[in-house]
Design a protein. Structure first.
Length: 375
C-alpha cells in the first residue's frame, strides 16, 4: 500500500500561528518545502562539499546556486512571507550551513571559553548583524570594554569590516552598530528532530526584551547596538579570557530561570531548540536571539539553508537574501541611496518597532498588545 505524502503547509499562517509567532518570536512550519526541492538543495551542497578544501572555500558559488533560493521561491514559503510580512525581494542568494558531527573540544571559541565548558550544546545566543573579528586574547590587552580601540578594531568606525564581512558600524556617523532585516528563515534538509543534532536554538520570547532594550538605547541618545548604552562590545570571560558580547546583559538577565553556569560564574540561558525534519521551515524575527548549536549527537552533517529577508523599504537597498547588513554591500561597501533617504534611521526605527514591518500581523499584534495592557 502506498504511503500518503503529508500535506504541505498552506500559504498563509492561521490566527493561532500568528499569535504564537507574536508571543514566541518564531514559528515552525511543518512540511513547508517539497521533497524534490530539498533533494536538489542537498545534492548541490554535497557536490560542492566533495571538492578539495573546505566547503566554504566555495561560498560565493554555493550561496548563489539556484537550488537554494528555490526553497522559498518555488514553495509555499514565498506566499507565507508575502501574506505575513508584505512585499519583499524574493531571495537570489542563500546561506547554506552545514554542521558536521564533532566531539566536545577544549578549544577556546569567540565566546572566550573552551567549547566543552558551554552547556546546552554550546548555545550562546546572539543577534544577527554584529561585527565579528579578531579580539584581544587576555584581559590586560583590553583598553576599553565598551568601545575597544586596540589594533584589532582599526579606526573603530564604519570602515572596519569583520571577518564575517559585517561592518563595525553600519553608518559613517556611528549611530548604528548592528545590521537589520525583517525575517530570518531556515529550511531543514535533514532530520533535526532531537536536540543535539546541530539544531538552531532560540531564546523564546526574547524579541520583546530586545525591542525594549533598543528603545532604551535610543532614548539615551544611542548608538543602537554594541558600544551603545548598556552594551559593551567585549566582556571578560574565564580566568583571563575575553569574549565578544553578542547580547546585552539586560536581555540575558531575564533568562536566569533554568540557566546553567560555567566555572567562571558566567550565566548561560536555557534555549528552546528548534526541532525540524527535512522540508520543515522556521520563521523568526531578526530580533530573536539564536544560535546554531553543536552537532554532538548526530551521525551525519546537519544541513540547513538560511535566508535573511526584509520587507520592502521604499528607497532602500535590494536585499539578495544572505547578508546580515543589507544596507551596505556584501564586502562593506557603501551604497547609493535617493537624496533625502536615511537608511540608518529607517533601520533604527524598525529595530525599535519590529512588528512595523509585518503587514499581515497588524490585527494580531494590536489584539495581543491590548490584552497585555489589561493585565
Amino acid at each position: 500500500m502506498n504511503e500518503v505524502a503529508p500535506a504541505l503547509h498552506p500559504p498563509e499562517l492561521s490566527a493561532e500561528q500568528k499569535r504564537r509567532f507574536y508571543r514566541d518570536g518564531f514559528i515552525v512550519l511543518k512540511n513547508a518545502v517539497e521533497p524534490e526541492l530539498t533533494y536538489r538543495a542537498k545534492r548541490r551542497i554535497n557536490v560542492i562539499a566533495g571538492r578539495p578544501g573546505r566547503l566554504f572555500d566555495y561560498y560565493g558559488e554555493l550561496s548563489g546556486s539556484p537550488e537554494f533560493p528555490a526553497l522559498v521561491n518555488e514553495s509555499c514559503l514565498g506566499e507565507v512571507l508575502r501574506n505575513t510580512m508584505g512585499p519583499y525581494d524574493p531571495p537570489q542568494r542563500a546561506m547554506p550551513m552545514v554542521l558536521y558531527p564533532s566531539d566536545p573540544s577544549p578549544e577556546i571559541g569567540h565566546h572566550g571559553l573552551p567549547d566543552n565548558q558551554l552547556p546546552n550544546y554550546g548555545f550562546f545566543p546572539h543577534l544577527d548583524g554584529l561585527w565579528t573579528g579578531a579580539i584581544p586574547k587576555s584581559q590586560g590587552e583590553v583598553d576599553d570594554w565598551s568601545a575597544p580601540r586596540t589594533e584589532h578594531f582599526g579606526a573603530g568606525d564604519a570602515t572596519v569590516i569583520g571577518r564575517n564581512m559585517t561592518p563595525l558600524f553600519q553608518d559613517p556617523d556611528c549611530r548604528l552598530s548592528i545590521g537589520s532585516f525583517t525575517a530570518f528563515v531556515g529550511v531543514a534538509l535533514n532530520d533535526q528532530t532531537e536536540f543535539g543534532r546541530g539544531n538552531l536554538a532560540v531564546l523564546r520570547g526574547a524579541h520583546h526584551a530586545v525591542q525594549v532594550f533598543f528603545r532604551w538605547q535610543r532614548e539615551q541618545g544611542g548608538p543602537i547596538g554594541p558600544e551603545g548604552p548598556g552594551w559593551p562590545r567585549l566582556v571578560p570571560m574565564g580566568d583571563d579570557g575575553v569574549g565578544m558580547n553578542y547580547l546585552p546583559q539586560a536581555v540575558r538577565d531575564q533568562y536566569r530561570e533554568g540557566a546553567e553556569y560555567t566555572p567562571d560564574g558566567a550565566m548561560w540561558p536555557r534555549p528552546t531548540p528548534v526541532l525540524l525534519d527535512e522540508g520543515d521551515a522556521v520563521l523568526t524575527l531578526h530580533a530573536i536571539p539564536h544560535c546554531g548549536t553543536r552537532n554532538y549527537e548526530g551521525s551525519e552533517p546537519r544541513m540547513n539553508v538560511y535566508f535573511r529577508l526584509r520587507r520592502e523599504r521604499p528607497g532602500g537597498a535590494r536585499v539578495l537574501g544572505d547578508s546580515d547588513h543589507p544596507d551596505r554591500g556584501w564586502k562593506g561597501n557603501f551604497l547609493d541611496y535617493p537624496q533625502g533617504y536615511d537608511p540608518w534611521q529607517v533601520a533604527i526605527d524598525a529595530l525599535c518597532d519590529h512588528w512595523s514591518e509585518w503587514d499581515g500581523m497588524t490585527d494580531i499584534v494590536a489584539g495581543e498588545r491590548a490584552a497585555e495592557s489589561q493585565n
